[in-house]
Write a protein that binds this ligand. Structure first.
Ligand code: ADP
Ligand code: MG
Length: 323
């Protein structure tokens, strides 16, 4: 629904359409841009709206977390960004290219070169009868890298994920955390500039999850790769620049990490949560607030000089304050 650069319902247009308010360098600044994304699954007569007008911008080199309850649309969003699934409407740009406008051939190439994916189930990431090194070599060889170079690169990648001593191990002889490290090395094999991970620590204990989050942070810093991690683990917030919460197929809130310094110069991390306001002025009121005030269907929204108040339909002052 951008005002500039009209595009059809499937959002086929040029990246300039999303240069709305971010200035001329927004194509460089934003690595990933989702605009008014919809995904509707149809099973027989039933329609499930998994994404419902989702807007999201991710900076180049950002390390971001996505949280949200089960069924809120997290995996659907990641699958769209991975080029594994097409949205029903809206636009999704990665690196300035519209995923929806890509041919099947371009999508195959995109999945192979530009994006790496880590699943929750290690079994989905790794081939069980191949060694860790061979697992990392596969995507390289498929991409035309020579065997010798693939071997070198695989060893380098396994070193960078902390698995130097495990080159010949078979996946099922490794711990869950080690298996996810191999999966991350596989996902990074062809040096993608986007790494997507869907609940990569879902089957790991707290301590091991921490180590995997730390690995993501290090890879983000060292390689400059843009990383999106979907997780249920609240510990993610301490590790990433920003956490967005999805509710009902839309981004509901964003939480940023800030640093505060006391008079002794000691640093503490504080997290500040914001409700996301879309271009039409819509925002989501937290479910707990709605329940607490029995807010439903209608609210009174009153403007003050520096804030807005929201009352249940029958509450609030008799007359709205003068504007
Ligand atoms: P999350 O990853 O946040 O748990 P999903 O993206 O997997 O959520 O699912 C969002 C909604 O879409 C859910 O209601 C889910 O049942 C539905 N859904 C997901 N994938 C499919 C599919 N392939 N076919 C039908 N419905 C689906
Ligand atoms: Mg999921």
């Amino acid at each position: 629904m951008s005002q500039q650069g009209a595009h059809g319902p499937r959002g086929v247009d040029t990246p300039s359409a999303y240069v709305r308010d971010a200035g001329r360098d927004s194509q460089d600044l934003f690595h990933i841009v989702c605009e008014d994304l919809f995904k509707i699954y149809k099973i027989a007569d039933l329609e499930v709206v998994a994404l419902r007008g989702l807007d999201l911008r991710v900076r180049r080199g950002e390390l971001m977390g996505i949280v949200g309850s089960s069924g809120s649309g997290k995996s659907t969003l990641l699958n769209v960004l991975a080029g594994l699934d097409l949205p029903s409407a809206g636009a999704a740009y990665v690196n300035g290219r519209n995923l929806i406008a890509m041919s099947e051939e371009e999508l195959v190439d995109y999945r192979r070169r530009e994006v790496g994916f880590v699943w929750q189930q290690t079994g989905r990431n790794l081939i069980p009868y191949l060694s860790t090194r061979q697992n990392v070599e596969i995507p390289l060889v498929l991409n035309g890298t020579s065997r010798r170079q693939a071997k070198q690169r695989a060893e380098g990648l396994l070193e960078s994920v902390g698995l130097t001593g495990k080159l010949k191990a078979l996946p099922d002889t490794l711990s869950g955390g080690e298996q996810q490290r191999v999966s991350i090395a596989v996902a990074l094999a062809n040096a993608p500039n986007v790494l997507l991970a869907d609940e990569p620590t879902g089957e790991l204990d707290t301590h091991t999850s921490e180590e995997i989050f730390e690995l993501f942070a290090n890879l983000n810093k060292d390689l400059g790769v843009t990383i999106i991690v979907v997780t249920h683990d609240p510990a993610i917030a301490a590790r990433v620049d920003r956490v967005v919460a999805i509710r009902d197929g839309r981004i509901a809130t964003e939480t940023f990490r800030h640093y505060e310094y006391n008079s002794a110069g000691e640093r503490t991390i504080v997290h500040r949560e914001y409700a996301v306001v879309d271009r039409a002025g819509r925002l989501q009121i937290p479910k707990s607030f709605m329940d607490a005030l029995d807010l439903r269907e209608r609210a009174r929204v009153l403007l003050a000089s520096d804030h807005v108040t929201i009352y249940p339909e029958d509450a609030g002052p008799e007359k709205p304050p003068e504007e």
